[in-house]
Design a protein around this ligand. Sequence first.
Ligand code: CDP
Ligand code: MG
Length: 136
Amino acid sequence: MEITLVLIKPGGVSRSLIGEITKRIEARDLKVVGLKLMNAPRATVEEHYAEHKERPFFASVCDYLTSGPVVAIAVSGVNATKAIRAMMGATNPLDAAPGTVRGDLALTIDDNLTHSSSDPEAAARELALWFPEGTV
Ligand code: CDP
Ligand code: MG
């Protein structure tokens, strides 16, 4: 059993896709063990994306993540990280397969609706950041 992090980015929240995305997670028999709507502090977002600090899109992705509320979801299940990554689809929605969240619901890389942890180590680090109080 593994716990992983999903963020519904501000574009997903403003497009009223909280239910749609959460429905897909639950339909896969993954369990929600933490869930909150929040305005993410800039410092949290910058730490979250620290691996991308030197990349040209770092400032814009941090601007995006702080442009409105996000939903942070902790998800538990067997191989949850890999399962969720596959469900969300490729980073660029143009490359994301139909049937994935990004392939079905997104069109551009700068508004690709969700974040999901890339591996279990990243998941542990990100869960500590977004759910310092722990999961349920
Ligand atoms: O989110 P994911 O792990 O699939 O992709 P990433 O390579 O870790 O990049 C993090 C986020 O930065 C992406 O989800 C995009 O929102 C953003 N990004 C971007 O705006 N432009 C790029 N060329 C690459 C990433
Ligand atoms: Mg990533």
